[in-house]
Every structure is written in structure tokens, then in C-alpha cells.
Design a protein around this ligand. Structure first.
Ligand code: DC
Length: 216
């Protein structure tokens, strides 16, 4: 899988931004796996049920597409743009809770793998892309940054979306999510074997992209 780059790391480390820039440079597709967990959290809220079987039924035969809209990747679920609905911190926390469930993870593993088209190439970002979903990826990245820097970046993203932000709450929500994502039994967030670790705290997005491009 030479034309497959995985980018794992904690929330706010810049995975989405770097994935988007790399996809544009290389002309490859993108998989924002966190958005899929957020979609599951949204569905679970809508049907007021966390049963993986019930959620699975809602996902069956539905189209999931990432498309560029005004230079941002939007998630379309069965033709409906759900991007704004899935981006709140509440949905992020719920996604992190549901992501503990092996049945939920299995539910979307096949969907995640279907995003890889060997004729095009893929940048996949998330928590277990290099370790579980695409262990044979040609290039694996683990992107990190300090909690303060990640909260600052998340604050900018949320403000741009017109969402209210309270910094201390944002930091504790990110910390809580890190703890859950790193300590869960199934597919925890970890540095995948063979991954290049990049601390992006003091790096510009271009600098991070150049480090990855040098590996291609
Ligand atoms: O990257 P994000 O903040 O959009 O992800 C939301 C949650 O989804 C994250 O806290 C944990 C879960 N997740 C996961 O368990 N595995 C992935 N590959 C991606 C996200």
C-alpha cells in the first residue's frame, strides 16, 4: 500500500489540516475516520439508542462521502451535509464513548477500508489508522502537540464554525478524551509500529507537510 498515508494522533493535533493539504498535493482521497465516529454518535442521538445493531441498521446501504466545500472537507450522509452537526465537543465526547465498543468499531472497519482505491491513493486520519485499519500503509505518521496548543487550534476551528468556546472547558474536554482514547481496551490511541512521530507544537502546517512529503 505505497499510496496510503495514515495519520494518527490526539484531538486537535492538526491531523485534519495536514491530511487535507497532503491530499491536495498528491491528488489522493481522504478518510477522516473521526468524522465517522462522530456520525455514529449523531445517529445514536437521533434514534436515542446506543445499541450497535440498531446503529448498524441506520448505516446500512447509506452513502458516506467526503467532499470539498469552500476548501473544507464536508461529510455527506446519504446526500445530506452533516458536517456542522458532528463538529460540536458534545458529539466528540459521545463519539469517544461509543468508540470503546468493539462492535461499533467492527461496524465501520469495512467502510473505512473501502475508502482506499489503489488507483488513486488515500490519506487516512484517526486514532487507529496505522495500527488496526491500515497496518500495511506505506507511510505512518503520529502527529502530536501540547494540550495548550491543541486547545488553541480547536478553539479557532470551533469559533470559525460560530460555536461558543470556553477555554478551560475545552482543555478538560480534550484531556478527558485523550485519557479515554489512550486507555481503552480496543484499538487504543498509540504510536503505530513503524510510525514517524511529529511534534507539531512549534511547526507550521507547511513544515509538517514538508516532513511528510520528504517520506513519499
Ligand atoms: O478525531 P475526532 O476528534 O473527530 O474523533 C472523535 C472521536 O472518535 C475520538 O475521540 C475517538 C474516536 N475515534 C476513534 O476511536 N478512532 C478513530 N480512528 C478516529 C476517531
Amino acid at each position: 500500500m505505497d499510496n496510503l498515508i495514515t495519520i494518527d494522533g490526539p484531538g486537535g493535533s492538526g491531523k485534519g489540516t495536514i491530511a487535507k493539504l497532503l491530499a491536495a498535493k498528491l491528488g489522493w482521497n481522504i478518510l477522516d475516520s473521526g468524522a465517522l465516529y462522530r456520525l455514529i454518535a449523531l445517529i445514536s442521538e437521533n434514534i436515542k439508542n446506543t445499541d450497535p445493531d440498531k446503529i448498524g441498521l441506520e448505516l446500512k446501504d447509506r452513502k458516506i462521502i467526503f467532499e470539498l466545500v469552500d476548501d473544507q472537507y464536508h461529510l455527506f450522509f446519504n446526500g445530506k451535509d452533516v458536517s456542522d452537526h458532528i463538529r460540536s465537543e458534545e458529539i466528540g465526547t459521545k463519539a469517544s464513548d461509543l468508540a470503546h465498543n468493539q462492535q461499533i468499531r467492527n461496524l465501520i472497519k469495512t467502510t473505512q477500508r473501502s475508502f482506499y482505491d489503489p488507483n488513486i491513493g488515500l490519506i487516512a486520519d484517526g486514532r487507529d489508522m496505522g495500527s488496526v485499519v491500515f497496518p500495511t500503509a506505506g507511510i505512518k505518521i503520529y502527529l502530536d502537540a501540547t494540550i495548550e496548543e491543541r486547545a488553541k487550534r480547536r478553539q479557532i476551528q470551533l469559533k470559525e464554525k460560530g460555536l461558543k468556546v470556553n477555554m478551560p472547558n475545552l482543555i478538560s474536554s480534550l484531556e478527558e478524551r485523550d485519557l479515554k482514547d489512550k486507555n481503552r481496551k480496543v484499538s487504543p490511541l498509540l504510536i503505530p509500529e513503524g510510525a514517524k512521530v511529529i511534534d507539531s507544537t512549534n511547526l507550521s502546517t507547511d513544515e509538517v507537510v514538508n516532513i511528510v512529503m520528504d517520506l513519499t
